[in-house]
Design a binder for this molecule. Structure first.
Ligand code: CP3
Length: 348
């Protein structure tokens, strides 16, 4: 073990850093010309995810340009249902398409038999990344949280109203619980295997946490997350788990109190001053610049970033966006943000 300081790990262990460390959700992706070039060479998006040489390169692209404090494994949350045998494609401009899981027969077709073999290229990407990253850069592994994965599995893709998945959960909680139980088990195992391969932190993306009312949120967001955190901690007690229950609103407080996560990702709508007073005394927070501000750039970007820094700095904090970088973001704006963060607090 080397003794190099890793600012992200320090923040996650509860240290306040002089300049807050940062990384950005979807920091690798289509806004970068070098990503688009490699993506074209790979063929499909999934071919890129399952090719370790390409996935390593794409993970490193934003680190080289901007010097983020963390690299996030390049993959997708939907490789988990894919590894359970659910057919998955990404159609250009349309997002993911899966054969929906709606009946007990559909559920029975899912299988763990080939799970780790299917995901071996992801583990190989993690192993290679640990060797390739500068020593001060933290490697983040990730998975989708069970509720969000179930949304895609049951809807068969993105959705406006989530009527199919919510309908399943409300009508047949026992049957839906079987799907969630399967996802809890394989997701914990997937994260532990990423950690065995070299991931130093893991993040659980619960992108659709915000569509559930309070009772269902406790049952299908907090409870499965709590079980995954407990399973990961049993094997890797020292590896921090970041939870991102996007759009949880007032339920962020319950999530922080009861899920067991070590740090929480704040979405764009969470007021920084509220979160600094209510959540940050309990655990490190991560967030939450509006990705559209990053696309806009200039003074608006500087003001918005400064407001977040003023609210959270001096206590454990990782600067990030409130959701992923959007495709139309000019790469120069990310450079601007990176310069501002590295100079903070001197440029305020
Ligand atoms: O840089 C990183 O953050 C790491 C890679 C990463 C991707 N997806 C790459 C990706 C991560 C962590 C994700 C997570 C993910 N995937 C989430 C959770 C975060 C969130 O955005 O809420 C979700 C919901 C997905 C599912 C998914 N993947 C959708 C809905 C789409 C289509 C939308 C789109 O932007 O096209 C994807 C595709 C995807 N995942 C791309 C990338 C870079 C674009 C694919 C391409 O190159 O064509």
């Amino acid at each position: 073990m080397t003794d190099v300081r890793k600012p992200i790990l320090a923040a996650l262990k509860g240290e306040a850093c002089t300049h807050p460390p940062f990384w950005l959700m979807r920091q690798a992706g289509r806004y970068l010309p070098e990503y688009r070039e490699l993506r074209a060479k790979a063929g499909s998006f999934l071919d890129l995810c399952y090719n370790p040489a390409f996935a390593v390169e794409v993970t490193l692209q934003p680190i080289r340009r901007y010097g983020m404090d963390a690299a996030i494994l390049f993959s997708d949350i939907l490789v988990v249902p894919h590894a359970l045998g659910q057919p998955l494609t990404f159609q250009e401009g349309e997002g993911p398409k899966l054969d929906p899981v709606r009946s007990p027969a559909d559920l029975n077709r899912l299988s763990k038999a080939n799970f780790h073999a299917h995901l071996e290229p992801v583990y190989e990407t993690v192993r290679r990344l640990r060797g390739a990253l500068p020593p001060e850069v933290t490697l983040i592994g990730f998975a989708g949280a069970p509720w969000t994965i179930a949304c895609y599995m049951v809807e068969g893709g993105g959705s406006k109203e989530y009527a199919a998945v919510k309908g399943f959960a409300y009508r047949d909680p026992a049957g839906f619980g079987q799907l969630i139980n399967l996802l809890v088990e394989v997701t914990a195992d997937y994260l532990c295997t990423q950690i065995d391969a070299g991931a130093e932190v893991v993040q659980l993306f619960d992108s659709w946490a915000g569509v559930l009312p309070a009772g269902a949120f406790r049952r299908w967001v907090i409870e499965p997350t709590r079980r995954i955190v407990a399973l990961v901690k049993a094997r890797h007690p020292d590896v921090p788990v970041i939870g991102f229950p996007r759009a949880a609103g007032l339920l962020y407080e319950d999530y922080v109190a009861d899920s067991g996560v070590d740090a929480v990702g704040l979405d764009t709508t969470v007021p920084p001053v509220w979160a600094a007073r209510t959540l940050q005394p309990r655990l490190p927070v991560q967030g939450n610049l509006d990705p559209i501000m990053l696309a806009v750039g200039g003074d608006a970007l500087r003001r918005a970033a400064t407001e977040i820094l003023e609210a959270f700095s001096g206590r454990p904090f990782i600067f990030n966006l409130g959701h992923g970088v959007i495709q139309t973001t000019p790469p120069e704006h990310v450079a601007e943000l990176s310069r501002l963060l590295k100079a903070w607090p001197d440029v305020a």
